[in-house]
Design a protein around this ligand. Structure first.
Ligand SMILES: [Zn+2]
Length: 487
């Protein structure tokens, strides 16, 4: 011990002990030791309450290293605080031992801040999981899901890539989520769900139907390489491009019939949202090809019985040829042609009434043209047999099927290319093949030689209705072109 300490101790003893000075006896020694203990205790208290600058720096470094942990610690300590401080007169503020105070000195007090965020649903995600990932409690997320369900949206239908726009309150600068105050989900362009919190802090959701308006769009362009490329380059949506080529399929040979510099024009309708997004591309109302000097213009028309087809301005139906090889298996070879032949045993002339295509069992058989199914049944040597009536002139027949396609029965309307059945070897047949017949005015003819066309022309009242429709379509096209050139 240094002499300074000794003198200090003596001085203190002088101050505190006000009794008459006595020589150091046994009692005096006890008194001296007692005062030493008191002094030591005082020094300890002072040292503890005033942290050295080094200690403060160390504290801050720890804070830097693990802010999140510290937040948790602070939270834990402040939970304990009432017990600790209630008994003592000194408040929280006076204790430099409280880390909270250290931070407030640095101006780093946590503050709530409202922020917008976009959550994206990933593959394999679910709604509650996405929200838990940003720190939301399971119970809260689940309550929000329940609110959405009440509003008509099942969160199980969330698709990968779906955005959830949220407004949240976070703890700054630590970024801890305090609450999610609003969520907006638009599962499709025409409906929006908004989740907010009510006065009881419970989530409530409401659905908002976005109004859709129909817009007519005109696009035209010059063909350089191919029609499809020219249309795509001009911004025609792909489904409209494929419908356009389908409409002209039987009118135009796309390989040899189109030259550089030919032009196209298309008018189609589509549904738009109020904020100008395409909800759905609709139908082609008008399709035009200018091939050299030859202009082909077709109008969409729904007749009074509900059938939709494309007609020229005179109401003449778009003529579609019958498909001569109505098979999925397009490389199927002809195993027997149409014609009379002499039966080797019966020594009789027998007509082979169709053309045979050898194809594997189960290959799809297509309707050769649009029409109405007239038969789908077992017919003797034909086995399972389907006939389709295309118009007053033409019908087609399909024999030896292994099975009919679903829904194929008499009276059903079919489209060209629609699957009507499957290749088989039923009836009098030596192996799997399609026996295909074309019947013209009740008489079987060579399917490979026909120049058949389907589609009925418009007459009478139907034609009058059509002409009104044509005027409407032309007016729409004109209007659409104005809009297009103004853009
Ligand atoms: Zn045959």
């Amino acid at each position: 011990m240094s002499s300074f300490d000794m003198s200090g101790t003596n001085a203190m003893r002088d101050e505190w002990y006000e009794g008459p000075r006595k020589p150091l006896n046994g009692q005096g020694i006890m008194l001296f030791l007692y005062s030493m203990v008191v002094t030591f205790a005082l020094v300890l208290v002072i040292c503890k309450n005033f942290e050295s600058p080094e200690q403060i720096v160390a504290e801050e470094q720890r804070a830097e290293e693990g802010r999140r942990d510290n937040v948790a610690q602070v939270a834990a300590r402040s939970m304990e605080a009432p017990e600790v401080y209630e008994d003592e007169a000194s408040g929280e503020q006076e204790s430099f031992d409280n880390p909270d105070v250290t931070w407030s000195v640095q101006g780093e007090e946590s503050q709530p801040e409202v922020k917008d965020d976009v959550l994206i649903v990933e593959k394999g995600d679910n709604f509650i999981g996405v929200l838990q990932r940003i720190g939301m409690e399971y119970a809260e997320a689940s309550q929000a899901a329940g609110a959405l369900k009440k509003a008509g949206f099942d969160v199980r239908s969330l698709q990968a890539g779906q955005k959830i726009n949220i407004t949240k309150t976070v703890d700054v600068p630590f970024g801890e989520l305090l609450s999610v105050d609003k969520m907006v989900i638009e599962p499709s362009a025409n409906i929006k769900y908004t989740v907010t919190r009510n006065e009881d802090e419970k989530y409530v959701a409401e659905a908002e139907q976005q109004e859709l308006k129909t817009e007519n769009k005109v696009v035209k362009g010059i063909i350089h390489s191919s029609l499809a490329a020219a249309m795509s380059n001009a911004g025609v949506p792909s489904n409209i491009v494929s419908n356009f080529t389908n409409v002209f399929r039987y009118k135009v040979n796309f390989r040899s019939g189109i030259r550089e510099g030919d032009t196209f024009k298309v008018l189609f309708d589509r549904k738009m949202t109020a904020d100008g997004r395409v909800f759905k591309n609709g139908n082609i109302l008008y399709a035009e090809l200018q091939l050299g000097k030859n202009k082909i213009a077709l109008y969409r028309y729904k007749d009074s019985s509900g059938n939709i087809d494309y007609y020229d301005e005179k109401g003449l139906a778009l003529k579609r040829g019958l498909v001569r090889k109505p098979l999925e298996f397009s490389s199927a070879r002809i195993s027997s042609r149409f014609g009379w032949r002499r039966h080797p045993i019966l020594k009789q002339r027998i007509l082979h009434s169709g053309v045979d295509y050898a194809a594997p069992t189960g290959s799809r058989i297509y309707a050769s043209g649009d029409g109405v199914v007239t038969r789908a049944q077992w017919v003797g040597g034909y086995g399972r047999y389907v006939t389709i009536r295309h118009n007053s002139e033409y019908s087609t027949g399909y024999a030896h099927m292994s099975g009919f396609a679903r829904g194929i029965k008499p009276g059903v309307r079919v489209k060209q290319g629609q699957v009507i059945g499957f290749v088989g070897s039923t009836g009098r047949s030596t192996g799997p093949h399609l026996h295909f017949e074309v019947i013209k005015n009740g008489k079987k003819v060579d399917p490979l030689k026909i120049q058949a066309a389907t589609g009925a022309n418009l007459t009478g009242k139907e034609l009058q209705r059509f002409k009104v429709e044509v005027k409407k379509i032309l007016a729409m096209a004109e209007e659409g072109e104005k809009v297009a050139s103004a853009q």
